[in-house]
Design a protein around this ligand. Structure first.
Ligand SMILES: Nc1nc2c(ncn2[C@@H]2O[C@H](COP(=O)(O)OP(=O)(O)O)[C@@H](O)[C@H]2O)c(=O)[nH]1
Ligand SMILES: [Mg+2]
Length: 467
């Protein structure tokens, strides 16, 4: 069973219902699944470096589970008061508040120290509030990335508005909803409206704008940072002084709502979210791993193909035949097999080359090489070095007579096809698959033709052979 399937099974088993009923079991399952995921990846050191970020995220998840850290993220358009709402919740000015665009430029997190929870099921849980830039402060693609990032990590989303909602806001909210995270819609800056207007806007948002997206009890009004007003203060000496005073924020209803949601599903939420994120990360890592290997394999195949081409170019008759070219191809396959973590013996590699040559021969492709022998481009070369990129030792050829570039390219292409064939075989866990070796080889040949592999190899050879 692959890690993905395991994870899916786990997710099935662990639906919201059961998670809510037995959060401790949910957390336990999430932990097991995470450990399994990390263990099952089997990455090479290079892959670990390339995917350091994803791996770090996976490890952080494990830590988050241990500490029951609950992330609350504010999301919405600029200047609705996201930073102000979070500040009011935390009770400190931790995020910069500003009327102009660009005040909050990136995701920023802050611990909500005061409210380490001591509620049943959430003992010792830590709250972290996360501020984000306004959705209208970042460009199109960045906006999607931001939304995905927020939706992925947050356990609870505060969507902040400050009046009747615009279409972009409703669309953004609908997109976030798909992440299956609890969302509280915060109608902030209510101090700016006369009571009647405020109630009308509230009703409109609740009953019309987001009726299909947010439960009515999850639409909450706040005044996180009411405007300061002038007060005249009578000083002891009888004179008066004008001062600005800011009314206390109205934030309690939101705090209560947050704690309600967390009470109801806090721990289970964390467990489920961890699993969801782990699942995403896992598929990402697996896909990247396949890609990294594939790229490395392709580079390797190309270099071996060039080496073969060079060898053919320099010594056409003996190398172009099967026996002569064999050494390069066998070397290529054993190197490839190490890349895929299933090292093959020389013998197995030799058999593979033979099988593939037979498949190619059945397609009438091997004889092409000999036909090209007479017609190829020839030129003399002396004292040249074939730069072989990833190959360990550069192949050096000195003082040979003539080369046939066309024949060299054909030899190289044969190696290329054999390399790609071996790659497919290795990737499928040393199997040709249901369609068999011939179909695999046929398909590779067709793709190589479509990609003008032979022309590209010829050009590359020409350049490297400095003819
Ligand atoms: N009157 C009033 N102004 C607010 C309120 N919350 C925020 N503001 C103001 O709105 C502006 C934008 O606030 P900020 O928190 O930076 O918004 P953000 O861009 O969504 O993070 C600032 O000038 C705040 O002082 C509120 O509840 N009432
Ligand atoms: Mg802000």
């Amino acid at each position: 069973m692959t890690g993905d399937e395991e994870l899916n099974d786990l997710l099935d088993e662990l639906d919201r219902q059961t998670a809510a009923e037995d959060p401790d079991r949910a957390v336990e399952q999430a932990r097991e699944s995470l450990e399994e995921t990390l263990r099952g990846l089997k990455l090479t050191p290079e892959e670990e470096t390339a995917m350091a970020d994803e791996l770090r995220q996976l490890r952080e998840l494990a830590q988050k589970l241990d500490e029951t850290t609950i992330e609350i993220a504010a999301f919405g358009m600029v200047s609705r008061g996201k930073s102000s709402v979070l500040n009011a919740l935390v009770g400190q000015e931790v995020f910069r508040v500003g009327a102009t665009h660009g005040t909050t430029v990136a995701r920023a997190a802050q611990k909500w120290e005061q409210s380490t929870l001591d509620r049943p099921g959430l003992e010792g849980a830590r709250l972290v509030v996360v501020d984000t830039p306004g959705i209208d402060e970042v460009g199109g693609e960045g906006r999607e990335v931001l939304a995905r990032d927020v939706a992925r990590h947050a356990d609870l989303i505060l969507f902040v508005v400050s009046g009747d909602m615009q279409r972009v806001e409703i669309e953004a909210l609908a997109a976030l909803r798909e992440a299956q995270k609890p969302i509280i819609l915060v109608f902030n800056q209510i101090d700016r409206y006369p009571d009647l207007d405020r109630d009308q806007i509230y009703a409109k948002i609740k009953d019309e704008r987001v009726r299909h997206l947010v439960r009515p009890e999850d639409v909450v009004m706040t005044a996180a940072r009411p405007d300061a007003f002038r007060v005249k203060i009578q000083l002891p000496d009888g004179t008066t002084e004008v001062q600005w005073e800011r009314p206390a924020p109205l934030i309690e209803p939101l705090k209560a709502r947050i704690l309600d949601v967390l009470d109801r599903e806090g721990k289970a939420l964390v467990a489920l979210n961890t699993l969801l994120i782990a699942g995403d990360l896992h598929s990402e890592i697996v896909a990247r791993k396949v890609q990294i290997r594939d790229n490395a394999a392709n580079r390797l195949i190309w270099n071996f193909a060039l080496a073969k081409g060079a060898a053919v170019a320099l010594n056409p008759v003996p190398v172009a035949d099967m026996a002569g070219g064999l050494a390069v191809d066998v070397g290529m396959i054993t190197t490839l097999s190490k890349l895929y973590g299933i090292p093959l013996t020389r013998r197995t590699a030799t058999n593979l080359v033979r099988d593939m040559m037979l498949a190619l021969g059945a397609m009438g492709l091997v004889s092409v090489a000999s036909r090209l022998l007479a017609s190829g481009l020839k030129s003399s070369l002396a004292g040249l070095t074939v730069a072989t990129g990833g190959l360990a030792a550069p192949l050096t050829f000195l003082g040979y007579g003539a080369i046939s570039l066309g024949q060299a390219a054909t030899g190289a292409t044969t190696s290329y096809i054999i390399g790609q064939g071996a790659k497919t075989y290795l990737r499928q866990g040393c199997q040709w698959g249901p369609r068999g070796i011939k179909t695999v080889i046929q398909q590779i040949v067709a793709e190589a033709k479509a990609d003008s592999v032979i022309d590209r190899l010829r050009d590359d050879l020409k350049a490297r052979l400095k003819t």
